[in-house]
Design a protein around this ligand. Structure first.
Ligand SMILES: NC(=O)c1ccc[n+]([C@@H]2O[C@H](COP(=O)([O-])OP(=O)(O)OC[C@H]3O[C@@H](n4cnc5c(N)ncnc54)[C@H](O)[C@@H]3O)[C@@H](O)[C@H]2O)c1
Length: 358
């Protein structure tokens, strides 16, 4: 941010009377101005985090949503400004970065606008639901030189972060096989997600698993074969699969079996079921975050969420903006996941093994 922009945005109360610019510079270097785009479930959660003071070096300056009352409701508690138009928000808040949490298929337009304004971007997964959109975003990020990442945040989920270290030390040998399931109770597509009919459990859930497999195994996908089941959700008027199963073969001959389903009964004791098994030539990792290391039984049996890593993920993004971080989720990584998922949905239609391409 320039000195002019700093002065225009309220950094006039210098702590040091003799050299106010010194104070401005220190404050700018320490604190990044955050804009949240999309004030739904994810956007409101991250806005609360930015406004809470729990992540040093970040300040929530604005919230954008097409629905004015949502933007206001999320911005208000943090004394941030609310907007229904991204260009107005950029002009008035001069953010250093934006967190984009619009629905799966609606990431491209805000990302392009932000990149062209020179604003760093952390966009939710999946990057896009078409290869064309994912490529366009990857291109604009490269051309504008902004710092751009996708929020495949499970890379900061502690068991996965440790698994990565274990694999990188060579203790598992060569990674050969993934066996993964990531599932939600029915209430996720039925009540929590207003646009579940315009996405699938593969885009919403399996995208995480495919990113983790790509990150841990380091391989590009060659082919994918997928099947899906329908019935429970379509009877509720939600036209999307109840589940998707996929087999992904990677270029080095390793492969993975992935399941994502959206019809766990609502009596399920947590918000997800997540089992991730990796087998290598010399080692094996079994990750089970389903039980969250805590079971509570009172009027019902529950696994309350104990594994929270959003803070580390954001800290890592802020450090990466300054060039100090090793774990980053580049748009190119997320483009690879989108390519696999596009081929996967093609396989659902064709009933054949589909090349991933790219
Ligand atoms: N990283 C994770 O673990 C994780 C978890 C859940 C969801 N997600 C992803 O986060 C994204 C958002 O999901 P959600 O559950 O918060 O959805 P949501 O429906 O709760 O919120 C989306 C919000 O975006 C707003 N919106 C739509 N188009 C907009 C635009 N052009 N400009 C500004 N606002 C706009 C909508 O009005 C809505 O308030 C999705 O891509 C989803 O897959 C990620």
């Amino acid at each position: 941010m320039t000195r002019g922009a700093v002065e225009a945005h309220g950094y006039t109360a210098g702590i040091c009377e003799q050299s106010r610019w010194c104070c401005y510079a220190r404050r700018v270097a320490d604190t990044k101005r955050a804009l949240v785009v999309g004030a739904g479930t994810m956007g409101s959660g991250y806005a609360r985090l930015f406004g809470s003071g729990r992540v040093p070096g970040v300040e929530l300056v604005g919230v954008v949503d097409l629905m004015e009352e949502r933007a206001q409701a999320v911005a208000g508690p943090a004394s941030a400004a609310s907007f229904t138009n991204l260009l107005d928000a950029l002009k008035e808040t001069a953010p250093d970065f934006a967190y984009v949490a619009t629905p799966d298929a609606l990431h491209r337009s805000p990302v392009e606008t932000l990149a062209n304004a020179g604003v760093a971007v952390l966009v939710e997964k999946p990057l896009a639901t078409t290869v064309e959109d994912a490529e366009a975003m990857t291109r604009v990020a490269a051309q504008t030189g902004i710092h751009a990442e996708v929020n495949y945040a499970n890379r900061w989920n502690p068991p996965f972060a440790e698994a990565k270290r274990f694999i990188d030390r060579g203790e598992a040998g060569e990674v050969r096989s993934f066996n993964v399931r990531l599932n939600n109770p029915l209430s996720t597509p039925e009540t929590n997600l207003g646009w579940s009919a315009s996405t699938t459990p593969a885009w919403f859930l399996m995208s995480h698993c495919l990113d983790l497999a790509h990150w841990l195994g380091g391989q590009r996908a060659k082919t994918v074969y997928a099947t899906a089941g329908y019935g429970v959700l379509s009877e509720l008027g939600i036209s999307t699969p109840d589940w998707v199963h996929a087999v992904v073969r990677y270029e080095d001959g390793s492969d993975g079996v992935f399941e994502s389903l959206w019809i766990l009964p609502d009596s399920w004791p947590g918000v997800l079921e997540f089992d991730f098994r990796v087998t290598g030539t010399r080692g094996r990792l079994d990750i089970d975050t389903t039980r969250q290391s805590l079971a509570v039984t009172s009027s019902r049996h529950e696994y309350p969420t104990t594994l929270n890593w959003a803070q580390q993920r954001i800290t890592s993004f802020l450090r990466a903006m300054d060039g100090y971080e090793r774990t980053v989720v580049r748009f190119e990584d997320a483009l690879e996941v989108t390519r696999i998922l596009v081929a996967l949905h093609r396989s659902l239609d064709s009933g054949a093994v589909e090349p991933v391409g790219g």
